[in-house]
Design a protein around this ligand. Structure first.
Ligand code: NAP
Length: 307
């Protein structure tokens, strides 16, 4: 362990968000990633083995850490069969319980725990604008998020400041759902999806990693925050901007039956594309957080400037 630099532990940090976050934090911190299959890395980030369920040797890295950020969980992009929903939920709840038990067992608990959740918490309430006080929805994603958040709420730890971030649709070139949409768009399959009226509450990956860094560093962060950009758009507008960024001026709309058929072929879940929610980052506004990417066109310009 590095005696000079403060340490941040990222559970599930080998994935899309964790990799970008580790890069952002490495400039100022020693970063330790917890992974079920750790690899040797050349970027100075240390990967340590855990199983996402039980405490083990890995908890020594929590001892004296500045913060732990937990973004572990089975990827949501799979058919939401009962078996998969069980795994999606268990992988999240178990990882929260493991981190909580780890914090409980170390002599010097981390100062801050930033825990991921998702805006799926709000369900799909049409055009209604959701902030952090809005009620939960009543669909599968809501139920997964509810159990995930309950596990976090139940972890009582007086010495550790707890921050829950409900993450929106994260835009990055190297992971998440955007590369799939970009590939379809390049094949002239980037029309509006279903009615096109469902909202997409997006956030650029670099704004998300800065939000997490601020949540670690500033004591005013405590409780629940929507980690989304300030301007959610309809699917129709989102796909139009994506086509523009990728130089595909027009594509036919994709009707609901075709989304369902395509999702089966791609072993995905059609509701991820057909449902949506309009979420605002009310509490991040209140902290004075400065977004680098407030407009979707600028976010795409940044991600695809050489496309
Ligand atoms: N990307 C988005 O747009 C978005 C939106 C809303 C919410 N979120 C949430 O943010 C978190 C991170 O998202 P991401 O896009 O970075 O996901 P990701 O790329 O799939 O990474 C998640 C990581 O979790 C670990 N993991 C997978 N299954 C696990 C299990 N059963 N037990 C313990 N760990 C497991 C994996 O690490 P190892 O294989 O190395 O263990 C994986 O690298 C997720 O919880 C996701 O639901 C993401």
């Amino acid at each position: 362990m590095n005696a000079n630099r403060k340490r941040i532990v990222i559970a599930g940090g080998s994935g899309f968000i964790g990799t970008a976050l580790a890069k952002e934090l490495s400039a100022n911190y020693e970063v330790v990633v917890l992974s079920r299959s750790p690899k040797l890395r050349a970027d100075g980030v240390k990967e340590i083995e855990w199983d996402g369920e039980h405490i083990g040797e890995w908890i020594q890295f929590l001892n004296g850490a500045e913060a732990v950020v937990n973004v572990a969980g089975k990827n949501i992009n799979c058919p939401h069969t009962p078996e998969n929903v069980h795994e999606l939920t268990a992988s999240r709840v178990n990882s929260v319980n493991a981190v909580g038990a780890g914090i409980y067992h170390v002599a010097q608990p981390p100062k801050t725990w930033v825990q991921a959740s998702a805006i799926g918490f709000y369900g799909s309430p049409g055009e209604t604008i959701c902030d952090e006080n809005s009620p939960p929805g009543n669909d599968t994603l809501t139920e997964i998020c509810r159990q995930w958040e309950n596990a976090f709420a139940e972890a009582k730890m007086p010495k550790t400041r707890k921050v829950l971030i409900r993450i929106g649709f994260v835009l990055g070139r190297d992971g998440g759902a955007l590369p799939v949409l970009a590939k379809l768009t390049k094949w002239f399959l980037g029309g509006r999806t279903g009615s096109g009226k469902q909202f997409i509450s997006w956030i650029h990956i670099s704004d998300l990693t800065r939000m997490i860094a601020e949540a670690v560093e500033r004591e005013i962060f405590s409780g629940t925050f929507n980690a989304v950009g300030p301007n959610p758009v309809t699917n129709d507008d989102f796909m139009r901007e994506l086509r523009y960024a990728l130089h595909r001026p027009w594509s036919p709309p994709t009707p609901e039956w075709a989304v369902k058929f395509g999702a089966r072929l791609m072993k995905s879940e059609p509701s991820l594309a057909l449902a949506g929610v309009r979420v605002v980052p009310k509490r991040f506004f209140e902290t004075g957080f400065q977004f680098r990417f407030s407009e979707l066109s600028k976010a795409f310009e940044n991600l695809y400037e050489s496309a």
